[in-house]
Design a protein around this ligand. Sequence first.
Ligand code: PEP
Length: 251
Amino acid sequence: MRKKIVAGNWKMNTTVPEGVQLAKEVVAKAVEVPSDVKLIIATPATHLVPVAEVVKGSVVGLSAENCADKEKGAYTGEISAAMVASTGAQYTILGHSERRQYYGETDEKLVEKTKLALANGLGVILCVGETLEEREAGKHFDVVGAQTLNVLNHFSAEDMKNIIIAYEPVWAIGTGKTATADQAEEIHAFIRKTLADKFGAQVADDTTILYGGSCKPSNANELFAKSDIDGGLIGGAALKAEDFIQIALSF
Ligand code: PEP
C-alpha cells in the first residue's frame, strides 16, 4: 500500500539553532496530523544530527537533501550515504532540479547515489521534472519518462519499496506558479504507468508519488484530491511549521 507523505525540503535555509527550533515546532504540531499521513523533514547536512535528536520518538521522519555518488575517500566536501544514515536520518532526497541545474547532477550519478543510499538503509526521494522550455516544446512526458527510467532501470521491484518519486516541474519550483491539479495528475498517472510497464501493476500502485512546486496550504487540497498524487514535497512553505502542518492536513 502506498503512503500519504508530506515532506519538507528546507534547502539552504536556517542556521542550526533556527533549524532545531523549526523542527521542534513541526514535532509539536505533528500531533494534529492523522496517523496515515507520514511527515518528513529534509534539512541541510549540518542540521541532521541535532534535528535527529528533536524528531526521535516522534512521527516525523528525517531526510538529507543529497548524498555523494561515491562510497568514501578523497572527495572533499562530500557527504556519503553512510554518513547520512549514521546521523539517524532515514531518507535522502536525490536528483532535485536545483542539484541537476547548478551542481551537474546527471542520471548516471543518480544511479550511483541511489545504489549507495539504498545499501545504507536510506529511503530515496527521487525528483524528476521538466523545465518550462521542455513543457512548452511538448516534451514533458518524454523528459519525465527518461529521468525516471534512466535511474530506475538499474533497480528492482524490491528496491522500489524504498523509493519515493517526487514530480517537480522546474517552472513551478519557488516561482509561485503551481501546476494545476489536472496538469500534475496527468504526469503522475504517466509516471505510474511507466512504473507499471517496468515493474508491474502492484509496484506501480504501491509507489508513493509526490507533487512539488509552489505547493501551499491554499492549493494542497486540490492537488492531494487527485488519485495519483500521494502527497507533496514542499519547499518554501516547509519553512513555517504552521503552513507545513496545514498542508499535511489537506488530504
Ligand atoms: C522544492 O524545491 O522541492 C519545492 C517544491 O519548492 P517550492 O515548494 O518552494 O516551490
